[in-house]
Ligand binder design. Structure first.
Ligand code: NIG
Length: 416
């Protein structure tokens, strides 16, 4: 079954070919008078509406903007419990500290599989309703072998991109070195079949540089891709470590010095994308900024503008979790990135679509494992579309807080 989507106000493909023509007034990756044809789960055609092929069905976008679905490359959705009291205390002036992770760990361990499944499924439905069509989520509220393994299995029932975050916090009463050994040994072995990525919270109060390195190296040796929570609460080794070990992404990046920015920029020096080979092999370390978390912890906003200007590829993600960012609204994050981080609308949209895909190394299709590229609209990519109830993506920032998601297709299926 094919579907023609036309009468599009603005088609934000985020597929950069290097052929943007500023003379025509077009922004790179943004088309006017365009149409898209979906064929099952894939995008079959993109181009000028006047040359669109026939299709079995037609969807009239009535002048609305069409974007790729959001790719949320950082979330923590496997949890039970609530931390409203901690949030209230923070709004009254208390600083965020990693210790709250332990509160959620207690609640998560006590929840049944059925309860965790129900919570996870409700959170995913919320994200989808806001236009998120591809999402990563993490373990990290189990912090012992059975509960980390259970979190990974449950996450894998719903999500393609599951990240092992046994190194989220040293559980109360545990010895940090012994716990790190557990994370690198028995826990990793239990979780390994169910995850694609590994992550570590490299921060004062969580894991030291040496412990983080041990975790990342053990996980890399076990065949996992790497991600790092770094430079969130203060300056530190997270970014350096992420770049040195070839992590796909370092997330938070609130406290960066010049050497951190240079290291990130350097990791992209040999990249053959986006106009070239769209290669995964040459991609560097994405800096993932988490605007909702920055607001909710009253942290200095991550320097997204500075990173982009330095040549770093960035992603914007929700970081949905009960402690620092209890929202899955990527639209809100995009709005914040424009209004408060100094990005243009298209830079922010790109970071929340193509950037997220790049951070998950899903910006290109890998036929071998049956995955299609996400985060941009091009032939052969997964048919993930987000129709806004607005003529352009600019309205996301121009009308902050308005519910602008009008329709959503995920893998070719209309889900909203
Ligand atoms: O990404 N920084 C570490 N992990 C989460 C917060 C987890 C929590 O406080 O529950 C984050 O912000």
């Amino acid at each position: 079954m094919t579907l023609l989507i036309d009468n599009i106000g603005e088609l934000s493909t985020q597929h950069l070919t290097g052929e943007a023509s500023p003379e025509s007034g077009e922004t790179a990756g943004v088309l006017r008078d365009a149409a898209v044809v979906l064929d099952g789960e894939r995008i079959a055609w993109v181009g000028a509406a006047r040359s669109a092929p026939d299709a079995d069905e037609r969807y009239d976008a009535e002048g609305r903007a069409v974007l790729p679905g959001w790719v949320d490359s950082h979330s923590h959705l496997v949890f039970a419990g609530d931390r409203t009291a901690e949030f209230e205390a923070r709004m009254a002036g208390q600083a965020y500290a990693a210790g709250g992770i332990g509160v959620t760990t207690g609640a998560t361990r006590s929840a049944s599989d059925g309860e965790l499944r129900r919570l996870l499924s409700a959170r995913l439905a919320e994200a989808l309703a806001g236009g998120t069509t591809y999402l990563e989520t993490k373990t990290g509220y189990g912090l012992d072998v059975p509960n980390e393994a259970r979190s990974a299995v449950l996450a894998g029932e719903f999500v393609d991109e599951v990240t092992y975050l046994g190194a989220h916090l040293v559980p109360a009463g545990a010895d940090a070195e012994e716990y790190t050994s557990l994370v690198c040994g028995e826990m990793l072995a239990a979780v390994r079949p169910h995850v694609r990525w590994a992550d570590v919270f490299c921060e004062t109060g969580a894991f030291t540089e040496e412990q983080s390195r041990r975790v990342l190296e053990a996980c890399r040796d076990a065949g996992l891709g790497l991600r790092v929570h770094g430079n969130q609460l203060g300056p530190g080794a997270g970014v350096r470590l992420a770049v040195e070990l070839g992590a796909a992404s370092v997330d938070h990046v609130n406290f960066l010095d010049e050497a951190d920015v240079e290291a990130l920029a350097g990791s992209w020096a040999g990249w053959s994308g986006p106009g070239g080979g769209q290669s995964t092999a040459t991609a560097g370390t994405v800096a993932t900024v988490l605007p909702a978390c920055d607001l909710s912890t009253r942290a200095p906003l991550a320097p997204a503008r500075r990173l982009l200007d330095a040549g770093v590829q960035i992603a914007i993600a929700s970081n949905c979790n009960p402690g620092t960012s209890y929202t899955s609204s990527v639209s809100f994050c995009v709005t914040t990135a424009v209004l408060q981080m100094g990005l243009t609308v298209q830079e922010a949209v790109r970071a929340a679509t193509f950037g997220g895909a790049l951070a998950l190394r899903r910006h290109v299709g890998t036929d071998a494992d049956g995955q299609r590229a996400v985060g941009s609209i091009a032939v052969g990519h997964r048919a993930d579309l987000h129709v806004l109830d607005a003529p352009s993506a600019t309205h996301l920032a121009y009308r902050p807080g308005m519910p602008l998601t009008h329709a959503v297709w995920r893998a070719g299926e209309r889900v909203r």
